[in-house]
Design a protein around this ligand. Structure first.
Ligand SMILES: C[S@@+](CC[C@H](N)C(=O)[O-])C[C@H]1O[C@@H](n2cnc3c(N)ncnc32)[C@H](O)[C@@H]1O
Length: 284
């Protein structure tokens, strides 16, 4: 599909991103209520794939909760996959397989292998022109009648000027290196805003859509957790913003990070994180 080098906008080398993704997975699963959409009966599933699974948190839970099905995940990061494999060994999960693989190249799976294919938060490495080929690859490996689900961010609304400035910088960076089109809105509009259209373009008939709105204002149960997630995420994006897309100077970014942390800790802080899942069927 594409020969681009690793395009993940987050510096994942030190392991901090892995811990962040594990924490974030718990929060997202809690908000989403279940591992599968409401209209999917997991007892009818045989094999499930998680694309760019990170430290494999979601797929490991699937393997644990539904021991009769075959659970497969892949990610480009050897470190994340090693973590997932170690966890699977400790939990004695024999129905899970984790592989190192690049989602931007043709996948090493036969056609029609999985009856549920999941993908979450791919915006952090996918460029605009890579979305449809990737959805087509998801469709290819799905059994006829099987389900494809994608979950992505819509936006993150806050009253923190420093947070909002960094989000604007990310958006500028996305536009500069082709993660968002030049004709996209002026303010950050995550890939979640385009999922339904992209599903339709790929020929996936949509069977469900669900938006999630997570309050992380000061005092809300999710405040501490999302704040930690954001502080780590934005710190790990410094190299991408300063050196790769060059939308901000290092000193200015450092200052923004410090100011943001203060603003997120203030009792008047208000924030709502919006994200969305879209799922649909591969035609019979
Ligand atoms: C934002 S994380 C999301 C991880 C997981 N889907 C989740 O929801 O927790 C993005 C993941 O994509 C992986 N990644 C980046 N580029 C990739 C590529 N070309 N192929 C496969 N995985 C990739 C990263 O290593 C990282 O684990």
């Amino acid at each position: 599909m594409n020969n681009d080098a690793n395009t993940y906008a987050v510096d994942h080398r030190g392991g901090a991103d892995m811990q962040r993704l594990i924490d974030q997975d718990h929060l997202m699963n809690q908000t989403m209520g279940d591992l599968f959409p409401q209209d999917i009966d997991p007892s009818g599933l045989h094999s499930v794939l998680d694309v760019a699974c990170g430290p494999a948190s979601w797929i490991l839970q699937v393997a644990f909760k539904y021991p009769y099905l075959s659970a497969v995940g892949f990610d480009i990061s050897q470190q994340m996959i090693n973590y997932g494999r170690a966890f699977a060994t400790v939990r004695k999960l024999s129905n899970v397989e984790l592989r190192v693989m690049d989602a931007l190249r043709p996948w090493d799976f036969e056609d029609a292998t999985f009856d549920f294919v999941n993908a979450r938060l791919l915006e952090w490495f996918l460029k605009e022109h890579q979305w449809l080929p990737l959805l087509q690859e998801m469709l290819r490996v799905t059994t006829p009648g099987g389900t494809i689900r994608s979950t992505e961010i819509l936006t993150n609304e806050t009253n923190s000027p420093a947070f909002n400035r960094i989000l604007a910088l990310i958006w500028e960076g996305w536009k500069r290196d082709g993660r968002a089109s030049q004709t996209a809105p002026d303010t950050y509009a995550g890939a979640g805003t385009r999922l339904s259209a992209m599903f339709a373009q790929t020929g996936i008939s949509i069977t469900g859509e669900q938006e999630y709105h997570l309050d992380w204002s000061w005092g809300a149960p999710a405040h501490q957790q999302i704040m930690r997630d954001i502080v780590v995420l934005y710190t790990l994006m410094q190299s991408y913003l300063v050196h790769t897309v060059q939308v901000v100077k290092e000193q200015e970014y450092q200052l923004l990070l410090q100011t943001m942390e203060r603003e997120l800790y203030a009792p008047e802080f208000q924030g709502i994180w919006h994200y969305k899942s879209v799922w649909g069927r591969k035609p019979l």
